[in-house]
Write a protein that binds this ligand. Structure first.
Ligand code: NAD
Length: 333
């Protein structure tokens, strides 16, 4: 007998990789294109597991509705879990799992892809050349070599990004409330407080989870501390950054460039084809007008290796929990 699993907010690549995972034959995948919210929780009726992604709403009401529908396990097919109320899940007796380190390389490499494209104006050069415009005016970048990078958060992704920066010959400053001094010494990286990191860095890259402490860590006050002309990269969670403050800092030139893979109000916009629609988000529309802003729509995770690993861990955990076994080590929240 196959087990029904309700899978929310799916795209073709989710369906492809989850269907191909080892053990997938045990499941009857109910792939939904809509997101989880209270009103859509009933779509999980009869399923043991609800599998969700970054913009699904797993607050107290949707979780209660899922529990009422018979769900026992919430399987996040991502690393971040800021969209899940863990207390409410616990009270309802729901097991919550995630996929913590499916491919920090995918996310770290995308961070560099964004920074290099932004700095060397590849996004502009690509369009120019296609228009037979071979002029170089306005495309001047800077050498990363010899510059200072500030890495906020030295967990799985931040550590890799810091090491890649070192490979470019950059000086790397880092901040993390749980520093790893052995790793830092091995790679020639210096831990400092955020104030020093902001003041010294030519490039600031954020690799922290979204929590009440980290929300709007880039705000009017922190932007005042940064080195004029610094470049900001955020591939972690949109709400780490106060968008209005960033727009002001771009207008004054305090920020020299911004690369974003995540956006505070990305829900309902990122991952969707809105090319035939009127953009309703004025701040996103404003951001897109800056020549020194580069945005991708939450695609840092999107490599074959990462999708395969997400599908493997998610599938194995669903089976294990259904069989009353413990989830894979380090995946339970
Ligand atoms: P991780 O848990 O391995 O590392 C996070 C690090 O942040 C830890 O070392 C932690 O100590 C540190 N930290 C916590 N609070 C901090 C603070 N206030 N200041 C500085 N550091 C702090 O996580 P990871 O795998 O490196 O991922 C980081 C985040 O990236 C995830 O939480 C997720 O939100 C996001 N992410 C985005 C994508 C994407 O596709 N864009 C993909 C994966 C992860």
């Amino acid at each position: 007998m196959t087990l029904p699993v309700a899978i929310y907010d799916t795209k073709p690549y989710d369906r492809e990789f989850l269907s191909a995972a080892e053990g997938a034959e045990h499941f009857d995948h109910h792939f939904h294109s809509f997101r989880l919210e209270e009103a859509t929780a009933s779509a999980a009726e009869g399923a043991h597991t609800a599998c969700i992604f970054v913009n699904d709403h797993a607050g107290p009401e949707p979780l209660a509705a899922l529990a009422k529908a018979g769900v026992k396990h919430i399987a996040l097919r991502c690393a971040g879990f800021n969209n899940v109320d863990l207390e409410a899940a616990k009270d309802l007796g729901l097991t919550v799992t995630r996929v913590p380190g499916y491919s920090p390389h995918a996310v770290a490499e995308h961070t560099l892809a964004l920074l290099l494209a932004l700095n060397r104006r590849i996004h502009r050069a690509y369009n120019r050349v296609r228009e037979m415009n071979f002029s170089l005016s306005g495309l001047v970048g800077f050498d990363l070599h010899g510059k200072t990078a500030g890495v906020v958060g030295t967990g799985r992704t931040g550590a890799l990004v810091a090491q890649i920066f070192r490979g470019f010959g950059m000086k790397v400053l880092a901040y993390d409330p749980y520093p790893n001094p052995d790793w830092a010494a091995e790679h020639g990286i210096t831990y400092v407080e955020t104030q020093e990191l902001f003041a010294q860095s030519d490039v600031i890259s954020l690799h922290v989870p979204l929590t009440p402490d980290t929300r709007h860590m880039i705000c009017e006050e922190s932007l005042e501390q940064i080195k004029p002309g610094a470049h900001l990269v955020n591939v972690s969670r949109g709400a780490l950054v106060d968008t209005s403050a960033v727009i002001t800092a771009l207008k004054t030139g305090k920020l020299g460039g911004v690369a974003l893979d995540v956006y505070e109000e990305e829900e309902g916009v990122f991952f969707e084809d809105l090319s035939g629609e009127v953009m309703q988000d004025d701040e996103l529309a404003r951001l897109m007008t800056f020549p020194n802003v580069l945005i991708t729509s939450h695609q840092a995770f999107l490599t074959r290796e990462a999708l395969r690993e997400i599908a493997r861990v998610t599938t194995e955990n669903i089976l294990r929990i259904h069989q009353g076994k413990a989830p894979l080590e380090g995946t339970e929240l």
